[in-house]
Design a protein around this ligand. Structure first.
Ligand SMILES: Nc1ncnc2c1ncn2[C@@H]1O[C@@H]2COP(=O)(O)O[C@H]2[C@H]1O
Ligand SMILES: [Zn+2]
Length: 405
């Protein structure tokens, strides 16, 4: 966008200076009509070109919406797609300050040493007291086909703790950031409790573990990990682990339309994502849970900013914008903005299950369908036309509170 503005400004410089020169001629009463005619002609054609260019840009962004529409697709579906994958009714996220770009030579050298150290630790980081089933599962932690459900059963419903612990140890981030094991354990227990708060079939600690492992796999297999500092790897894993913390099992649109407490707090903007971030960072306010207590102020600021950007980008309504921005950066061979690349990677991991082996994908799909159906049930409950009859049929009373627990 900044590039477009720059090109447009440059294009307009010549006609602006010609207009100024004509004004000067008129002011000085030294009018050369032929020159003025030529200058006006030139200025008009340039303005027309800029106008057409602007119109084309607008039409191109409309294309994204049109891609979602096709004959035979019910309007409810296209509406849902548009409200889920675009920000049609919302203002685009405001870009924060210029973000750091890809690394300097010093960072590259540091990263090389870091990755080498990580590979030396592979498969040795598992806690000695872990059950054999867990150790077995973790052997596949670098694979796309990693079975997070098996890890969850093997670890007695502690997939997130187990996986995060394993990855942090493997990348040696606990040493780098002086994270005490007891603090990490306390933090991870609190994190898991938050994921259990609403008893969601899909948005639970297994999903968080899945997304964290998938992000690790993407970083490793794409080689991107070589381009990241330890702080960026830490931020990425942390962002993945917290990205759906205390998810209510309902969508942002549900919050907005029911005028929920969260929608009111976050002014209808990325309602859930804002809450996941806020609630997870709130955990760190307690020193006993603050795994980043030993970071310098600068490290903390960088970490927090990156995590916020990444988690906000998991809002599905920024999907098309993100994909389009990355495509255009790649086409124009621009330098890739690191936080943008990491955000897209986290978003990719978040919606990756359809590309996983069938057994995993079908299990995720069933869980998600179940969650969507529950939401529909709540929607019916909140529909004034349905509430009385439904409540009488189900509970015999007419109080909503006793129903939604
Ligand atoms: N296979 C799928 N089909 C439709 N929606 C999906 C699918 N997988 C994930 N999602 C949605 O994509 C969202 C990505 O962010 P969340 O994990 O918060 O919630 C996820 C689901 O609501
Ligand atoms: Zn998610």
């Amino acid at each position: 966008m900044a590039e477009l503005v720059r090109i447009r400004k440059k294009k307009l410089q010549i006609p602006i200076s010609r207009l100024r020169s004509m004004l000067k001629q008129i002011e000085e009463k030294e009018v050369d009509f032929e020159e003025i005619r030529k200058n006006l002609d030139f200025t008009a054609s340039l303005l027309e070109a800029v106008y057409l260019d602007g119109t084309r840009q607008c039409l191109e962004s409309e294309d994204d919406l049109q891609q979602l529409q096709s004959d035979g697709v019910p309007s409810e579906v296209t509406d849902w797609l548009a409200s889920t994958f675009t920000q049609r009714i919302r203002r685009p996220l405001r870009r924060s300050d210029e973000k750091p770009k890809f690394r300097s030579i010093v960072h590259a050298v540091q990263a090389g040493i870091f990755v080498e150290r990580m590979f030396k630790r592979a498969y040795t980081a598992t806690m000695p007291d872990q059950p054999a089933a867990v150790i077995n599962c973790l052997r596949d932690v670098d694979r796309w086909s990693f079975d997070v459900f098996a890890l969850n059963s093997g670890s007695s419903d502690h997939a997130l703790q187990t996986l995060f612990f394993e990855l942090i140890t493997r990348y040696d981030l606990n040493s780098r950031f002086k994270i005490r094991i007891s603090c990490l354990t306390e933090f991870l227990s609190a994190l898991e409790r938050g994921y259990c708060k609403y008893n969601n079939p899909y948005h639970n600690l297994v999903h968080a573990a899945d997304v964290t492992q998938t992000l690790h796999c993407l970083l490793l297999r794409s080689g991107l990990v070589h381009w990241l500092t330890e702080l960026e790897v830490m931020a990425s894993l942390f962002a993945a682990a917290i990205h759906d913390f205390e998810h209510t099992g309902t969508t942002n649109n549900f919050h907005i339309h029911t005028r929920s407490e969260f929608a009111l707090i976050y002014n209808d903007r990325s309602v859930q994502e804002s809450h996941h971030l806020s609630a997870a960072f709130r955990l760190l306010q307690d020193d006993r849970l603050n795994i980043f207590i030993n970071l310098t102020r600068e490290e903390w600021m960088e970490m927090r900013s990156l995590v916020i950007e990444m988690v906000l980008a998991t809002d599905m309504s920024s999907h098309l914008i993100q994909v389009k921005a990355m495509k255009s950066s790649l086409q124009q061979q621009e330098r890739i903005d690191k936080p943008k690349a990491l955000s897209l990677l986290l978003h990719t991991a978040d919606i990756s299950h359809p590309s996983k082996p069938w057994a995993l994908h079908s299990r995720w799909t069933k869980a998600l369908m179940e969650e969507f159906f529950r939401q529909e049930y709540f929607e019916d409950l909140l529909n004034p036309a349905i509430i009385p009859s439904l409540l009488e049929a189900e509970t015999g009373d007419s109080g909503l509170d006793s129903f939604i627990t």
